[in-house]
Write a protein that binds this ligand. Structure first.
Ligand code: G1P
Length: 292
């Protein structure tokens, strides 16, 4: 079945970036010259998904405005002869269809996803957490859709992380699945646990913020009780789903930046700038000139 909708949870308070996020959403912080959230939206569009469902909250109107047409701005740019820039601004709103639903109280990622049920309905869908910026020649979600089409079961993006970092992630226990097209990258998930202490972690295979989920997740998420951090965790819903149907973990190809963390955000900014055809050369020269 075709994946037609991508859910992007953007209701978080962004406390790790205060004071920058006191009056603007974390998701609107620019990485080079694009707001963080636009990278995830572009990944969904490049993966062939036609609709994004944002789970928003109070104070997040800037995101809606960003993905809407700005008639005044376009008129101004057209008047100044900046036709290319005008077209670029229009393409942001024309990329996909957008829908919004509010999570009234920030109860956790599992609750945020459940809030989107009414808009997604009972069909498989993708989830992209905008904090995880993933750069790869084939978009991460597109790679996962190939696996989904082959197996028909939910697929979660995973990555090996240092053992000391496991307590920042959902961690899986998985059995390798031989797959000719992606050798060593596919796992059948046997168990998963949200943010375990290193001594409790079943592996160092961490869940990264990209998921393709079958509609069974709706029932599995209902009545999940608060878990790690006192929040309703998506990982706990997935664990319940696991009791009913298979879930696969896929080690994606690409570079992932944790832009929800200050150092990760800086790394994303530096590396994405270095890879930009219009900035890379001058920026590299500048970095090389620094006496570090
Ligand atoms: C969320 C998930 C976690 C996952 C992580 C990936 O945690 O709950 O399982 O490993 O995203 O970025 P968060 O980073 O929102 O605390």
């Amino acid at each position: 079945m075709q994946i037609r909708k991508a859910v992007l949870p953007v209701a978080g308070l962004g406390t790790r970036f205060l004071p920058a996020t006191k009056a603007q959403p974390k998701e609107m912080l620019p990485v080079v010259d694009k707001p963080l959230v636009q990278y995830a939206v572009e990944e969904a569009a490049a993966s062939g998904i036609p609709m994004v469902v944002f789970v928003t909250g109070r104070g997040k109107q800037a995101i809606e405005n960003h993905f809407d047409v700005s008639a005044e701005l376009e008129q101004e740019l057209a008047g100044r002869g900046k036709e290319n820039l005008r077209r670029e601004m229009r393409s942001i709103s024309g990329m996909l269809r957008f829908a919004y639903v509010r999570q009234q109280i920030a109860r956790g990622l599992g609750d945020a996803i459940l809030t989107a049920h009414g808009l997604v309905e009972d069909e498989p869908f993708a989830v992209l957490l905008p904090d995880d910026v993933i750069m790869s020649p084939i978009p991460c979600v597109k790679q996962m859709l190939t696996i989904y089409e082959r197996y028909g079961h939910s697929v979660i993006a995973i990555q090996r992380v240092p053992k000391k970092s496991v307590s920042s992630y959902g961690i899986i226990r998985g059995r390798p699945v031989p797959d000719f097209d992606c050798p060593g990258r596919l796992f059948r998930i046997e168990d998963m646990i949200e943010k375990p202490a290193p001594s409790q972690a079943p592996s160092n295979l961490a869940v990264i913020g990209r998921y393709i989920l079958n509609p069974g997740i709706w029932k599995a998420l209902t009545n999940v009780v608060p878990g790690a951090g006192g929040e309703i965790q998506l990982t706990d819903g997935l664990r319940r789903l696991l009791a009913k149907e298979p879930i696969y973990g896929y080690v994606f190809e690409g570079e992932r930046y944790d832009a929800g963390d200050k150092l990760g955000f800086l790394k994303a900014t530096v590396e994405i700038a270095l890879n930009r055809p219009d900035l890379g050369k001058a920026f590299r020269r500048y970095l090389q000139s620094l006496d570090l």
